[in-house]
Write a protein that binds this ligand. Sequence first.
Ligand SMILES: C[S@@+](CC[C@H](N)C(=O)[O-])C[C@H]1O[C@@H](n2cnc3c(N)ncnc32)[C@H](O)[C@@H]1O
Length: 199
Amino acid sequence: MATSRRDTADSYTQRAHREGYPARSVYKLEEIQLQNRIVKPGDTVLDVGAAPGSWTLFTHRELLKGNGTIVAVDLNPLRLNPVPPTVVEYTGDAFSPEIREKLISHGPFDAIISDAAPMTTGNRTVDTSRSEWLAEQVLFLATEHLKVHGNLVIKIFQGGGQQELLLQMRKLFSKAKTLKPKACRNDSFETYLIGLDKK
Ligand SMILES: C[S@@+](CC[C@H](N)C(=O)[O-])C[C@H]1O[C@@H](n2cnc3c(N)ncnc32)[C@H](O)[C@@H]1O
């Protein structure tokens, strides 16, 4: 029986392995989806920072139920074999002009989900400011390429300007809030910004 949050976290890793997901992060999206219904079958979804591919696979299997499109982008390739038929994969910097152009050619999107995170340095000031930059870029993408009534999920490291981004999201969405899923590791300072029903 789990006796601490770290034990619980380890059980998420074991469960991900049993269920065929390459990372335990899948259960963060599961909780976000259960509370907010971000994605529905038939949607076109942009998954930013998608590798190794747990969110992508979960979206294919459980949210789209095989019906829809996931545009998945990461600096690294997905570790999904086979890559599900709903997935269009791009490897590269999501915010470089070339990749961005390719991504938006599949839009506008019903949902944008981003678990993108910088390589951490151990210096919290550096890490949070890099995370903030990524989150701002995703919000900018959503401003331009998310459909009206669309939903948004963005990871951000706490301390990385999330209050300012949340204020911006409150103007763009009918509802905006933060959510820290139970599957986040106890020592992690990440949280998620959720925007529902774009105006
Ligand atoms: C926590 S991992 C994502 C895990 C993924 N959601 C899953 O469930 O398998 C964060 C990812 O963000 C990616 N990333 C960071 N900056 C990026 C950028 N500029 N463009 C694309 N991907 C980026 C990293 O390469 C890394 O794979």
